[in-house]
Structures are given as C-alpha cells and as structure tokens.
Ligand binder design. Sequence first.
Ligand SMILES: Nc1nc2c(ncn2[C@@H]2O[C@H](COP(=O)(O)OP(=O)(O)OP(=O)(O)O)[C@@H](O)[C@H]2O)c(=O)[nH]1
Ligand SMILES: [Mg+2]
Length: 448
Amino acid sequence: MGQRHRHGQKGRPIALPSPSIFALASHPGRAGVAVVRVSGLLAGGCVQALAGPLPPPRQAALRRLAHEGAEIDQALLLWFPAPHSFTGEDVAEFHIHGGRAIREALFSALSALGLRPAEPGEFSRRAVENGKLDLTRAEAVADLVDAETPAQLRQALRQHDGALADLYEGWRTILIAALGRAEAAIDFSDDGVGEAEFSGARTAALEIIQQIQQHMEDAGRGESLREGLRLTILGPPNAGKSSLINALARRDIAIVSGIPGTTRDVVEARLDIGGYLLQVADTAGVRQTDEPIEAEGVRRALSHAAGGMTLLLLDGSAANPRQGLPADLPEPDLTIWNKADLGFEREGLCISLKTGEGVSELVKMLQQKVQHKLESKDGAPPLTRPRHRHALREAVGHLQHGLTAPASHPELLAEDLRLAMRAIGRITGRVDVEELLDFVFRDFCIGK
Ligand SMILES: Nc1nc2c(ncn2[C@@H]2O[C@H](COP(=O)(O)OP(=O)(O)OP(=O)(O)O)[C@@H](O)[C@H]2O)c(=O)[nH]1
Ligand SMILES: [Mg+2]
C-alpha cells in the first residue's frame, strides 16, 4: 500500500509510487535545532544531491548542505532506508539550525528536487498504510504530541504501546473464530455438529458483547483524560468563585468584585491540577433574580454543571450560606467553605482565597477526586475516542441482532458476526478479508 493506483491497459491497476514529501517535524519559529523530515522514493536522491553520499543507515552524520552551489547549513543527517522507518518508506532527517532562512532554503531545495510539502498527518497516514502503525497507535502519536499533563502522557504512551490495539484485535480474533463456527454450522447443518458449532458461535458473541459493554461503561474515563475533565464551580453570588478560578489558574482570568452578580458568562480555563487536565469553569452566582442577563447567566451556570464534576463554593461567614440555591441542585462532588479569614466553624474543607489558606489542600482533594474518576481500577486500557465508541456500539448492535438468529439459519448469525468484526476492525484499521478467507478455508473445507 502507500501507493496510488491507476488503471493499466487491461484494466488491471498499476501501483504508482506515492509522491515524496517533506515537512518540518519540530516547532516552527526560531530554535537551536529544527528537524526536517523527508519520506518517499526521492528521499535518498535528495540526501545525495544536498549532502553527498548516503550515510550508513540510522547513524548520524555531520554534513554540509548545499543546493546548486548555494550553501544552506551544516546539519546532522539521518538516513532510514525502507522499510525500517517511521513511514515504512525511505526516510531522511535533516537536523538543521532552527532559523527561518535556513528552513526556507532547505524547503525550496527539496521542492526543486521534486518533493512536495506533506499534508497534516501524512507521515502517520503512510505509516498506517504501510502497516507500521495501526490506527489506534497513530492516534496515540497525535495524543503524545498534544499531551499537556502527566496523566495524558501516560495514557497516550500506553495506547502507543498497543494496549488498545491488543484489546480490540483480541476481540476481533475471537469473532473470527466464532464466524468460523457459524460457517461450520452452515456447512454441517444436517448433522449434530452444526448445532454445537452454532451454539459455540453464539456463546462467543455473548461473551464479546459483555466485554465491550464493560469497556464502554467507563463513563468516558479515557476521553475525559484525553480532552480534560470538566469542573464547574457553582455557588451563590459573592462566594468567591471567580477568586477561586484565578487562584487555581494563578492568573487573573475572571473579574472579582464585591458586587454580587459580577460574573455572567461561563469563564473557562484549561488547568493542570495535580497532573490531570481540568477544564475549570467559573459561573454566575446562583440566585433568584428578575434581571434578565443575570438570569441567563444562572441558567448557563446550571446547565454547564450538568456534565462533569461540580465544586460548590460557599461563603462560610454568611448567616445563610446556601441562600438562593435551588433545592434540586445536583449533589456536588466537593463542597468548600470560603472566607476562612473571617473566622467561622464549618464541617469540611475551609479555605481563604484572600490569604491562600487551604488552597493547596483543595488542589490535593481535587486531584484525588479526578484520579478516582479517571484512573482505571482493573488496569484495563480505557476507551479514548468517540470514534472507537461509535464503532464498538455498532459492533454490539450487530452481535445483539445476531443472537436473535434461529439455529435453523446460522447464516444470519454469521452475517452479523462478520459485520461486528468489520466494525471492530475499523478501529485499528485492520479490515482484512484475506485473513478471514484464510481462516474459513483452512478450517472448514474438510474433505471438500
Ligand atoms: N474576606 C474574604 N473575602 C473574599 C475571599 N474570597 C473572595 N473574597 C471577596 O469576595 C468578593 C466576591 O468575590 P468573587 O470572587 O468576585 O465572588 P464570585 O463568587 O465570583 O461572585 P459573583 O461573580 O458575583 O457570583 C470580592 O470582594 C472578593 O475580594 C476570602 O477568602 N476572604
Ligand atoms: Mg464571579
């Protein structure tokens, strides 16, 4: 794969090599070093044209880069001949000095040598097409690059190691075997063998449904870890909600004032809390109001709190701290008393956003709550993307449908098993009909 197809004279496709591509692999802008990656059939020729003879594979070589007599830079060069490269094609890496003029000179030399700039994700895409990465690992590469917190990094590394691919491939393998049994039930429908094979296939389908459902019942753990769990700060006006988001963010993002009803919009910040990414939202103080803009703020506050975690912040010095809060306010994950500097006795964590007292304890508490919510108890890898969830839901649908097939029609069960397998195969990108045919022919053409 990794090749475009064109139809030849007899209608048979002729494989055309993919165009050779280049891209800056490091961050754009000034830097000590920048890495430019080149992939494709022309990679070797490029190295020779710009830097002289190819260095030994996978060994760094210091070379002077020049194009048509014009010097570009002194660079470190790495050569990864196919198939032992990230993309599976010939790959070269130029570690140049990270200046704009050098970059531009190298890019125009590469263009002149017949390469084109890579599209976003094109290197990973080629890696998938050439069987170097499955789709979940390719997604993990993107997650690794995007990881902002240690927890996101751990999850991405695990997925990159193949934890998810192994899980999904494992299910698919079981389904391939189940399909084999359903096919046998078709072939041997006349004797007792058929019935046993049919019920074996059904049992496997049931088992996989249960495993998938368990995997999906994780309340979006992996997705929240990847995208950031939502934490909504709720409370009556003037409790100190905006002061809290500012303290957590260590910068001034929300307006703080002694006038109740200051915050109207939902103010959000992405924060690293004890190693986890949280999307923290400051909201309008909740109270009964006839003022239409404030009322809209209150509506937004309550609706934002509907997903994710909530922290209820109350003014411990107030005579009636919960005044104005609706009776049906959902139970918060944390209730915190603010304004401890004013002196009061309350049960639970008391903090002062004025003096900073108790804020580090609050961060610790939040971290524990988030850890409890997001980290798996059984060590199983979590579902990390809506794409996977859709495919798994589809697979379960097919399997459940398959279970309604009567023993007299094993072909109906077989068809649903096939569809479920395909849905799961789409997650890793391995929808391999050949594999299935191999299995079916190996095991079920007995004596034929
Ligand atoms: N004494 C004392 N005052 C505080 C503390 N935290 C906040 N305040 C004050 O309380 C007032 C309200 O603070 P905000 O952070 O704006 O409160 P809020 O909950 O966002 O208020 P609304 O946006 O109106 O809902 C401000 O005058 C703050 O300076 C605290 O720990 N102690
Ligand atoms: Mg506020």
